[in-house]
Design a protein. Structure first.
Length: 91
C-alpha cells in the first residue's frame, strides 16, 4: 500500500482527538506498567529490548509529545495567531 493509499484510508483527526488518543494510550500503558504481572515480566533477566527500553520510556515519550502539542497551541495563541491546529482542520 502506498503512502497516498494510506492517507486516503486514514481518518482525519482533530487536535482534540489526537490529544485524547495520546492521553488514553498513556493511561493504558501506566495501567499495564502498574500490574503485578507486568512488573514480574519486566523484572525478568530475559526481558530485553533492542534499545534497553521499558514501559516507562513509552509513557515518558507520550507525555513529551502531549506537552509539545500543548506548547505549540500556547505559543500560537500568545503570538496572536489563529490556532495552528484548528480542530476544523485535519492533523
Amino acid at each position: 500500500m502506498s503512502d497516498q493509499d494510506t492517507q486516503k484510508t486514514q481518518p482525519s483527526l482533530t487536535t482534540t482527538e489526537i490529544m485524547t488518543i495520546i492521553l488514553g494510550c498513556e493511561q493504558i500503558l501506566r495501567f499495564v506498567q502498574a500490574s503485578p504481572n507486568y512488573k514480574q515480566i519486566e523484572a525478568s533477566e530475559r526481558f530485553s529490548t533492542s534499545n534497553d527500553l521499558k514501559m516507562g520510556d513509552a509513557v515518558q515519550t507520550l507525555v513529551e509529545v502531549h506537552e509539545a502539542i500543548l506548547n505549540i497551541e500556547f505559543y500560537s495563541q500568545v503570538e496572536g495567531q489563529t490556532n495552528v491546529f484548528n480542530d476544523s482542520l485535519s492533523a
